[in-house]
Design a protein around this ligand. Structure first.
Ligand code: SF4
Length: 532
């Protein structure tokens, strides 16, 4: 069996492998989770709990904004939800409506100013926004806005949305939102909060998930995943449809409208492979069910003589159960994940090999010693972590290590809300399966075939984005990775977090009232059949 050492100069991945785990781990990162609550006196607490349920979607920062009377109250901070909020902070967030956000910051940009929700005051009042996704035309929009005098406070694409709303000439407020959203290209699941409304919007392709639920007291809940609804005992009602804008207004109640011309739906299949929790329903499908089926398919398409099936926890576990079931081989816990690893650890001065991965994953010799092991992982990005896992398993006594990957080979970057390396860094962009196996040091390697993944989705397959495997990008990509690393000026602002309120001035409140009056007149004129 031929293997290549990571330090071998003949190893085509050597340059990348020597860089090691520059980011924590070697996985793709979801950039955000969003929540909105409308009509519950405990809105901020429900928002806080929902953000806990979505913590896996972002661990770098969190924030909540509530609306009370004519005032928006905000608390944001760096760190986990439990680190940002305490009893005192939640007491500073009164009101019956709220939006919240958890964020994964892109490399080198863990800047507090970028932690959402963003809050802005403009001539018609105050507005907060939380965003999951990525705008592919961000740089053009920002350049256009800067040309027209806009000043930006952050390096986040979400800020352009607020500027577009502020400069829109449309009225009323909802028309301005539509006007702004029509200029956006790419992926966005957005929740907005004004003094009297919560708005939920999804881009026409529906790349990122967004669901709606109700509590028994009638309160509306919007969230990235259903696991957030479950925790606060809200009943899942439906997805916010691609291209749909739902407005919940204190006086006008619930309205739904289709924003933009219907286009092809492109839900991110990676949500099912890796990002979402297995207890969530995403895009109307059970994540657990999907992952179990991926494992079963792998057992059919890449069988191998083995004694035990193990998983790289946590996201490989359900697929491993599916593999074990179909292969009729016992599933065991051969790797134990530590759930207490912080973001930084001080390495001993005498370097320990594979220190980072050993901190997170501990092999169980009892399960592995003298065994032929199938190990299931959700995906391979650069390959750096997979090399270490294979080595850990062999050092713990496994006689053979067969890697099975519950996704097709990743050959392209994502431009729709996932922080990804450039494609040159992706091991499957550079190497075929056999060469990848040699680099990993595994005895065999197999991926989930793309055609079987599509086959599993059946008639719905064209409604899912699989661009990072197939190269079929529904919205033409711009080189965002390059933009992030080279072009964007870093915003280095350090402060203790935003905590405060934005109150409407008497002039703003008056302008908002006038606007509401004008909107009412327009609506009356329309219903009376008057054509302006
Ligand atoms: S490119 Fe990949 S990660 Fe990005 S939206 Fe499409 S399937 Fe999801």
């Amino acid at each position: 069996m031929e293997w290549l050492s990571p330090t071998d100069s003949a190893n085509p991945m050597e340059k990348w492998l020597q860089r090691g785990d520059e980011r924590e781990g070697d996985a793709w990162r979801e950039e955000c989770g969003v929540v909105a609550i409308f009509g519950d006196p405990e809105a901020s607490r429900l928002c806080y709990l929902s953000l806990h349920a979505l913590q896996h979607r972002g661990q770098e920062g969190a924030g909540i904004v509530t609306a009370n009377e004519h005032t928006l109250h905000a608390v944001t901070g760096m760190g986990l939800v439990s680190e940002v909020f305490d009893e005192n902070k939640l007491k500073k967030l009164p009101g019956s409506s709220a939006i919240g956000h958890v964020r994964y910051a892109t490399a080198g940009a863990s800047v507090l100013k970028n932690v959402q929700p963003f809050v802005a005051g403009y001539r018609f009042g105050s507005l907060a926004v939380a965003h999951n996704g990525n705008l592919v035309n961000y740089s053009e929009l920002r350049a256009m806005l800067e040309e027209n005098g806009s000043i930006f406070n952050t390096s986040s694409d979400t800020e352009v949305i607020l500027h577009l709303i502020a400069i829109s000439k449309k009225r009323p407020f909802v028309a301005r939102l539509v006007d702004a959203c029509e200029q956006l290209e790419g992926a966005y699941s957005l929740v907005f909060l004004s003094e009297d409304k919560v708005v939920a919007v999804r881009d026409p392709h529906g790349f990122r998930p967004l669901v709606m639920g109700r509590k028994s007291n009638g309160a509306y809940v919007f969230a990235s995943e259903t696991c957030a609804l479950d925790l606060i005992e809200a009943k899942y009602e439906r997805e916010v449809q691609p291209g749909e804008m739902i407005v919940i207004d204190k006086t006008e109640g619930f309205t739904s409208s289709c924003l933009m011309p219907r286009t092809e739906r492109k839900a991110c299949i990676f949500e099912h492979i890796y990002f979402a929790l297995p207890n969530s329903i995403v895009f109307g499908r059970s994540v657990y069910g999907s992952r179990y089926a991926y494992g079963q398919i792998l057992a059919e398409t890449a069988p191998v003589e083995c004694d035990v099936v193990i998983a790289v926890p946590d996201s490989g576990v359900v697929a491993a159960l599916g593999y074990a079931d179909r292969a009729k081989v016992p599933f065991q816990q051969g790797l134990i994940r530590s759930h207490y690893v912080g973001r930084t650890f001080i390495e001993p001065s005498q370097k320990i090999r594979d220190f980072g991965v050993k901190l997170k994953l501990a092999p169980v010799a009892e399960v592995l010693k003298g065994k032929r092991v199938v190990v299931i992982d959700d995906s391979i990005v650069r390959g750096t972590t997979s090399i270490k896992i294979v080595r850990l398993l062999k050092e713990a006594g496994a006689t053979e290590v067969h890697m099975r990957i519950a996704s097709p080979p990743i050959t392209g970057s994502c431009y729709y809300g996932v922080d990804t390396p450039s494609k040159e860094e992706l091991i499957s962009y550079r190497l075929n399966v056999e060469d990848t196996r040699k680099v990993l040091g595994a005895d065999s390697l197999a991926f989930l075939p793309l055609e079987r993944l599509r086959g599993m989705l059946g008639d719905e397959a064209p409604k899912f984005c699989d661009a990072c495997f197939s190269g079929n990008y529904a919205v033409p990509p711009r080189d965002l990775t390059k933009l992030k690393e080279e072009t964007m000026k870093p915003v280095q602002i350090v402060n203790e977090g935003f905590e405060g309120k934005i109150e409407a001035t008497p002039e703003e409140a008056k302008a908002a009232e006038q606007e509401a009056l004008a909107a009412q007149k327009e609506a009356e004129a329309a219903s009376a059949g008057v054509v302006a």
